[in-house]
Structure formats: structure tokens, C-alpha cells
Design a protein around this ligand. Structure first.
Ligand code: CUA
Length: 357
């Protein structure tokens, strides 16, 4: 091969590689990682991309060079030279891909092993998926359940998944990992958040009519702020008993209803009702399902007493569906998954909030 040919081959390769590299770097293909695991996964991704750019440059150079230099001339009807393979070339293009694929395999295996290795002082979070909401409970802090996933920065977190109905898939793009929540199984996922911020929790497995709205938030907080949040949540349920003791005469009735609506509000939160329904008392404004501040009006339309209407709408949601909403979107499982006291508290809570509004 002549000197000039090699120079033009290299020139084409450098230009093609440069264009591919610019497209890879300039466009925001991936979100900025928010966990150590995501950082390592990104490393593997870029390692593979670099190899791809290299191969792309070589292939484009060979292709364009051949198209330009070996194109058929006008009036040239002769056959090409009889070529019968090239052992050196065969060995080269078998050996190089073998080495590259092995390198990718080794890098991936190391990253997978390191991502799965739990750190010290692991925070365990039970993630429950159901049509169409997420809830997160913290077995280390008794009774603490949240509709959003709050995590302290730089601490090893082990998520354990439960599905109450069908297959869902937990995905926080900034954490780079996905895990299916499969009925009957309890898979786990290890995350070490390393960036403070609020990131979307997405369901990435088609799970029914409300799949697109099955979203929550992962909130990574500095450890002191996380501790304060845990303390605020775990003490919030206890004061009801202390206030009743300190002021018994006038507040007996309000204290008990206050207590009931407090735990009703906890049931509302824990079951992700606010992901679909607006309710001023719970600070939610979702519009997937009917507005729960209008329950008294709906009960009149359904010709039922308010409390009975609310209870039936939770247990058998398709018995009466508000016009312009569809059957089959509201989960049918609450009659089974809520205990009688939880259901009573939730009904009471919704009836009381509706009366205020
Ligand atoms: Cu749950 Cu899609």
C-alpha cells in the first residue's frame, strides 16, 4: 500500500471517530449519576462506547477508502481479481474482537461484584409496589412508612421488593439500576446514594391502565436531615396520647377523632392514594382519579350515605365510577390488604376531610 493511501485511510478514520466522539460527549445521553453504583455502571458504559467509536472509525475508514479507490471505472467490464481469503486478516479480526469482548466481560463482572457488595451500617427499606403506587417502609424505624423514598447520602441502602398484584419495575434513572417487583418473590437491590437531590421513581414495566402514573420520588438527603426526618415521622404518631392526658376535659372527643384521622392520614399516605387523588387535607393534587374533596357530592350522585359510599368505593371501586373516569384503574386489592381498623380509619379520615371542604 502506498504512503498516500495509508494517510487518507487514517485521515478518514480520525474524522469519523471525531464525529462519533463528539456526538457521544456533546449530547446528554445519560442522567448525572446519583449513586456510587451508577457511577461504576457509567464507567462500563463509556468503556464500551470508546471501543465502539474505535471500531466505527476503522470500519468507516476502510469502507470509504474502498468506495473511493476501488470503484468501477466507466467502460470497465472486466472481472475483479480472484481472491481466496487471507489467513493473517482472519486471525486479526477474530483475535481483536475476542480480546475486546473479554475486556468488557471482565470490567462488567468487577462492577457487578462491587455494586452488590454491601457497605457497613446498611439501611434496609421495604419497597411495596401495587397498581399504581409505590410505598416505602423502614423496618429499622418501627412503623415508618412513606410514599416517597427518602435516603441518607453515602449510606449503603438495601431495597427489598414486594408486589401486591402484578409485575412492576423499580427504576430511578439517576441510580442506573432497575429491579422487577414480582408477586411471590422478594428480590433486593443495593444502592449507595452519593448526591443530594430529588429524583423520579418510575415504574418501567407495563402493569395496567395506570402504569404511566405509577411514579414517586427518591429524595437523597444529608444524613443529619435524614435523621431529623425520621425523628419527625416516628414521633408524629405518639403525641395524640400525651395531649389527651394533659387536657382531658374539653378535648376528649376531638382528640379521639384527631387520633383516628391521624392514622387515617397514615393509611392514606402508606397506600399511595395521593399518587392518583387530590385531597387538600393530605396536600395532594393528583388528577388521575376523582377529587376526594368532592366526596359528599359524589355520594349524592351515587345516592348513598357518605360513609357507606366511601367504604364501598375503596373495597369495590367499580361498583360506582364517577362519570369521565374509567373502571379498572383503581386497585381492587384494598379490601384484602387493609385491616378492618385501617379501613375504618381511612373511611373516617376521608369523610372528615370531605366535610371540611
Ligand atoms: Cu407498575 Cu407499571
Amino acid at each position: 500500500m502506498r504512503r498516500g493511501s495509508i494517510a487518507s485511510l487514517i485521515g478518514i478514520g480520525v474524522v469519523a471517530g471525531g464525529i462519533a466522539a463528539a456526538a457521544a460527549v456533546a449530547l446528554p445521553w445519560l442522567p448525572t449519576p446519583a449513586s456510587r453504583e451508577a457511577g461504576r455502571i457509567d464507567f462500563v458504559f463509556w468503556f464500551v462506547v470508546a471501543i465502539c467509536i474505535l471500531i466505527f472509525a476503522v470500519v468507516v475508514a476502510a469502507l470509504l477508502y474502498a468506495v473511493i479507490h476501488f470503484r468501477v471505472r466507466p467502460d470497465d467490464d472486466s472481472d475483479g481479481p480472484p481472491v481466496h481469503g487471507h489467513t493473517g486478516l482472519e486471525i486479526t479480526w477474530t483475535l481483536i474482537p475476542t480480546l475486546l469482548v473479554t475486556a468488557i466481560g471482565i470490567a462488567s463482572a468487577i462492577v457487578l461484584a462491587r455494586d452488590d457488595a454491601l457497605g457497613e451500617n446498611v439501611l434496609r427499606v421495604d419497597v411495596t409496589a401495587q397498581q399504581f403506587a409505590w410505598s416505602f417502609s423502614y423496618p429499622g424505624f418501627k412503623g415508618l412508612t412513606s410514599p416517597t423514598l427518602r435516603l441518607p447520602k453515602d449510606r449503603s441502602v438495601l431495597l427489598r421488593f414486594t408486589s401486591k398484584d402484578v409485575i412492576h419495575s423499580f427504576w430511578v434513572p439517576e441510580f442506573s439500576q432497575k429491579q422487577d417487583a414480582v408477586p411471590g418473590l422478594h428480590p433486593t437491590l443495593h444502592i449507595t446514594p452519593d448526591r443530594v437531590g430529588t429524583f423520579p421513581v418510575v415504574c418501567s414495566e407495563l402493569c395496567g391502565l395506570g402504569h404511566a402514573v405509577m411514579r414517586s420520588q427518591a429524595i437523597v438527603m444529608p444524613p443529619p436531615a435524614f435523621d431529623r426526618w425520621v425523628r419527625a415521622q416516628t414521633t408524629a404518631t405518639t403525641p395524640a396520647t400525651t395531649t389527651t392526658a394533659s387536657a382531658p376535659a374539653t378535648t376528649t372527643t376531638p382528640a379521639t377523632t384527631g387520633n383516628a384521622s391521624a392514622s387515617g392520614s397514615a393509611v392514606f399516605k402508606a397506600n399511595g392514594c395521593g399518587a392518583c387523588h387530590a385531597l387538600a387535607a393530605a396536600g395532594s393534587s393528583a388528577t388521575v382519579g376523582p377529587d376526594l374533596d368532592k366526596l359528599p357530592q359524589y355520594a349524592r350522585q351515587a345516592h348513598r350515605p357518605l360513609a357507606a359510599f366511601v367504604r364501598r368505593s375503596i373495597v369495590a371501586p367499580d361498583a360506582y365510577v364517577q362519570p369521565h373516569y374509567s373502571k379498572g384503574i383503581m386497585p381492587h386489592t384494598f379490601g384484602k390488604t387493609l385491616s378492618k381498623p385501617q379501613l375504618d380509619a381511612l373511611v373516617q379520615y376521608l369523610v372528615n376531610s370531605g366535610k371540611k371542604g
